[in-house]
Design a protein. Structure first.
Length: 425
């Protein structure tokens, strides 16, 4: 298994309390001594987009309702500044920081994870700069502070996963705001992480499912039977096991790949705000729509992209892709991948747009077997899907619906009606 432990030099960098820091800097204030939150100042029930490090010292989380601030031990004589969000300002500041990264690495060695986070692969730059990875990280974050006034945290690791987790878990506790993890640190640092949702890529939904199986720390996952995890969670279960053991073979080029040639896509604007609880219905329905199009052209996909857009009052969102080695047209497999992407990148804001894309399309002229599916099971599944497609083509898209499509949060019946019941794809 030694060849799974790649040895790159990855730096993950996060702009600390980014939105709140931008607002303080614009006002000539210090985020570490200023009680400021970014929110809709006219609504006591609005969600904070960010809070300053000053307020975090009282236990205030980055995301909470404004009225919940009263439950934290903030001195009564402190008057909190409520700054309305200015996305144009944050985007401009983010661009300034990105230009600094590009002073040190080429664009293809940088992955913009979100408006305030990046990954840098500096493996091929250390000799040129005659620096260690830590020295280069210090140089970059000092340059950001000098040019923009923003404070950053950084994680360093031999792969993207360990760099990210080092940043999330350790960096903020160190005086220089840098966390460094190696493969030797896995037993003492990675395996001790609990609760599970503190780990990058494990959301509350997955945490509950793993807890039911008796797994409460990352070490529990690492020592669980990999075959059983894959049996219960599909390829996401296998990925969980690898990540729990500090293994990550992904490269920055995987994240930067754009779905374009030989691809299909589907998106919709939602008629109300959705969140992590009810958006799963929408994602599953959109997968069904695209899978029908895949089957109609006898294709399968090896690149799944998911995009989420937040409501106008918050702005922003994300779009990320997941590349798989073996092309698929399996609804369960694609659904698990989409939920994994969602859990990794969702920031908790109200959702108003969902986009889905399948890329790297290829002919579906062979059946790929895995450990848990027999040839007959896959053949039966394909036959059932074909029969359903034929019924919908003849009698309309609403002629056969999943039970979840009858729930209030479902939009598929209305959309089927709008796009013409009989021949819509």
């Amino acid at each position: 298994m030694d060849n799974l432990y790649v040895k790159s030099n990855i730096i993950a960098i996060d702009l600390k309390s980014f939105f709140a820091s931008c607002e303080c800097i614009e006002r000539g204030l210090d985020p570490f001594t200023t009680p400021l939150i970014v929110c809709n100042p006219e609504r006591n029930g609005s969600i904070t987009l960010a809070v300053t490090p000053f307020l975090k010292q009282f236990g205030v989380p980055g995301r909470c309702r404004v009225y919940e601030l009263d439950k934290y031990p903030i001195p009564k004589d402190i008057k909190i500044i409520k700054a309305p969000p200015r996305m144009s300002l944050y985007i401009q500041k983010s661009k300034e920081v990105l230009s600094i990264y590009l002073e040190f690495v080429a664009k293809e060695d940088m992955h913009v994870y979100s408006i305030d986070e990046v990954f840098l692969d500096v493996t091929n730059y250390l000799k040129m700069y005659k620096m260690t990875t830590e020295e280069l990280a210090v140089t970059i974050i000092n340059r950001i502070k000098e040019k923009t006034g923003l404070t950053t945290t950084a994680g360093i690791g031999p792969n993207l996963l360990l760099a990210k987790v080092a940043m999330d878990i350790e960096a903020k506790h160190n005086p220089n705001n840098i966390g460094i993890w190696t493969y030797e640190d896995i037993p003492n640092k990675l395996w001790t992480i609990t609760p599970l949702s503190k780990m990058w890529g494990i959301g509350p939904r997955m945490e509950k499912r793993l807890n039911k199986l008796g797994m409460y720390s990352i070490g529990d996952i690492a020592h669980y039977d990999k075959t059983k995890l894959k049996d219960k969670f599909g390829i996401m279960g296998e990925q969980l096991w690898y990540h729990a053991n500090g293994i990550d073979l992904s490269k920055i080029s995987d994240f930067n790949e754009v779905v374009k040639d030989k691809s299909i896509s589907h998106s919709q604007i939602l008629f109300k705000d959705y969140n992590e609880e009810n958006i799963q219905i929408i994602i599953r329905e959109m997968i069904e729509v695209l899978l029908r199009r895949l089957r109609a052209s006898n294709r399968q996909t090896a690149l799944i992209g998911l995009g989420i857009g937040y409501s106008k009052s918050y702005g922003g969102g994300f779009y990320h892709v997941h590349k798989i080695d073996t092309p698929t047209s399996s609804e369960k497999e694609i659904y698990d991948i989409c939920l994994d992407l969602f859990d990794k990148y969702y920031e908790g804001f109200p959702i108003r747009k969902v986009s889905l894309s399948f890329g790297r399309l290829s002919k579906d002229d062979s059946i790929q077997l895995n450990l848990f599916e027999s040839f007959e099971e896959i053949k039966k599944d394909k036959a059932e899907n074909k029969a359903i497609d034929e019924i919908k083509h003849k009698f309309g898209n609403n002629s056969i619906l999943k039970a979840s499509s009858l729930l209030d949060d479902s939009t598929i019946r209305e959309r089927n009606g709008k796009i013409g019941g009989h021949n819509a794809g």
